[in-house]
Design a protein around this ligand. Structure first.
Ligand SMILES: O=C(O)C[C@H](O)C(=O)O
Ligand code: SF4
Length: 518
């Protein structure tokens, strides 16, 4: 095989997967968009998502800044040299990272050191399998961390909140799958896709669940019971009302694929792999002689370009059901306590001025250290961007959507009080400790649209500086100059939380699915 050509084919696969959402996923998102009631927050979030998909296409830039743990599944004729292919994939990964198509995401688990090129122990994941066909089938999934964290594994029998006992039968499995959608709330950037693996052990069960994510969204399960289960879940999960980004709404789930394998008598696992709407997985058929791409997979049928998407900023601004709020509220940083105390859940704000990124490493750091900049009245953005440095040493934002905020729950309230921070922006909401701190100190939580990394990158007009680069690009504190950065107040200083409300109503809904169906 021409290994340079193969490397080039792998580079193309990586770039396409990161920047160009597959056709089947686009169709599912369009169907959700059409189903959603006009004027709701979920409809408006979907409009932003649609616009983001289009921008990623046009800019050939990552749909979401979290390009995940690249996982390749490759089927090869017996004669293929897997060692050479692996090396070529490593080179392609490193090049795609250098070109800003992947975020440097491989981090030493103990020291936190970022390898900078996405290579390191266990990254990327490459799984080979031999087969008797005369071509190579190479598939790639870029599954981000926020949705990966919402994967869940059930060991049957078990008791499930809202649903009671889940026994060792199809109905018990049904309960687990519904529960998995409920427990994800908006944190995995709903509306999501789930892959379910029944049976196996703890590791092969998850493996089977993830394998389901390689099925086409619109295929039909040949196994009759599993087809019934998939249909049931698709018909009913949306009743939970979690909606896009957990804002409440008609569409919570975009796809459900279930696979089964044998188990041993003592174990009965139901494993669920949750994938966000930014469902980036593609595949190619490759000639084992030339190393060139013969065909692209998942690309049958019509390609939705989302051309007709309305200006998303205006749409978010309209995302408020409360008729009293017509206009987005403009805030210029630094922000005063008085301004913050006027905000309430449902308000849409547009922020102009400076914003500082801070996520896991920064929150831990700030707990024990002084801040490198004066954060009084400032805004912290939970974001790990994709950044590229030009020849003059100036950084440019290539993708910059929010990360899941709940990970900072142990630190957030204390840090806001310690430094006088007035607002945090992220996605998925935060918990009771932060809510209490917002009330005591005078702060707000602002929800941005998860995965809309191109849309937000566009609001960032300049990178004015960076601190703590030793934490690596995603974890450093970037000083961003923003204009009209639009987000929704979902937790205010008066003790209100949209996330708490949606969690409660969706739990009530979940309990209506208690009775036996299968
Ligand atoms: O790491 C990120 O940028 C985001 C992550 O995928 C998340 O959903 O929290
Ligand atoms: S930020 Fe959201 S869309 Fe992006 S990888 Fe994480 S869960 Fe997926």
């Amino acid at each position: 095989m021409n290994i340079e050509k193969f490397q080039d084919s792998m580079y193309k696969l990586i770039v396409e997967t990161s920047t160009n959402l597959p056709k089947d996923v686009r169709r599912a998102i369009l169907a959700a968009k059409e189903r959603e009631n006009e004027g709701t927050r979920s409809a408006m979030s979907l409009a932003t998502i649609a616009k983001n998909i289009r921008m990623a296409d046009e800019n050939v830039s990552p749909i979401c800044q979290d390009t995940g743990l690249p996982t390749f599944k490759i089927k090869v004729p017996v004669t293929a040299n897997q060692i050479e292919m692996k090396k070529a994939i490593y080179s392609a990964i490193s090049l795609a990272t250098k070109d800003g198509k992947l975020r440097p995401n491989s981090v030493d688990s103990l020291s936190g050191e970022n390898s900078g090129d996405n290579l390191g122990a266990g990254t990327p994941v490459i799984k080979f399998e031999q087969w008797e066909n005369d071509y190579i089938d190479a598939r790639l999934i870029l599954k981000g961390g926020g949705c990966e964290n919402k994967n869940i594994q059930y060991s049957l029998p078990c008791e499930l909140e809202g649903l009671g006992r889940a026994g060792r039968d199809l109905d018990g499995i049904r309960k687990c799958v519904l529960h998995s959608v409920y427990q994800a709330q908006g944190q995995g950037c709903s509306a999501g896709f789930i892959g379910v693996g029944i049976g196996g052990d703890r590791s092969s069960g998850y493996e089977l669940a993830k394998e389901q994510l390689f099925r086409s969204v619109d295929d039909i399960n040949p196994h009759e019971d599993l087809r019934k289960l998939e249909d049931y879940i698709m018909d009913n999960a949306n009743e939970l009302g979690i909606g896009t980004m957990g804002f409440g709404g008609e569409t919570t789930l975009l796809g459900c694929k279930v696979g089964v394998m044998n188990r041993i008598p003592a174990s009965f696992f139901v494993s669920v792999a949750y994938n966000c709407w930014a469902f980036r997985r593609l595949g190619v058929k490759i000639s084992p002689e030339t190393g060139e791409v013969m065909d692209w997979l998942y690309q049958e049928g019509e390609k939705i370009s989302f051309e007709e998407a309305q200006p998303a900023r205006a749409e978010i601004a309209a995302a408020v059901e409360a008729p009293s709020v017509q206009e987005a509220i403009t805030l210029t940083t630094p922000i005063t306590e008085e301004q913050i105390r006027q905000l309430k859940v449902g308000d849409v704000v547009k922020i102009t001025g400076m914003m500082y990124t801070g996520r896991d490493a920064i929150h831990k750091y700030l707990t024990d250290n002084d801040a490198p900049v004066d954060l009084n009245g400032q805004v912290i953005y939970h974001c790990g961007p994709v950044m590229l440095k030009d020849d003059e040493g100036q950084y440019h934002v290539k993708a910059a959507g929010p990360t899941t905020s709940i990970r900072e729950e142990p630190y957030q309230g204390d840090i806001m009080k310690k430094f006088g921070i007035r607002a945090v922006i992220g996605k998925g909401g935060m918990g009771a400790k932060t809510l209490a701190a917002l009330q005591e100190h005078g702060g707000v939580y602002l929800n941005a649209i998860g995965g809309a990394a191109q849309y937000y990158a566009d609001c960032i007009k300049g990178v004015e500086g960076v601190d703590l680069m030793n934490f690596g690009i995603p974890e450093a504190m970037w000083h961003l100059k923003v204009q009209d950065f639009t987000a929704v107040v979902t937790m205010d200083s008066h003790g209100n939380s949209l996330h708490r409300d949606v969690e409660m109503t969706s739990l009530e809904k979940l309990s209506t699915f208690k009775d036996r169906v299968f």
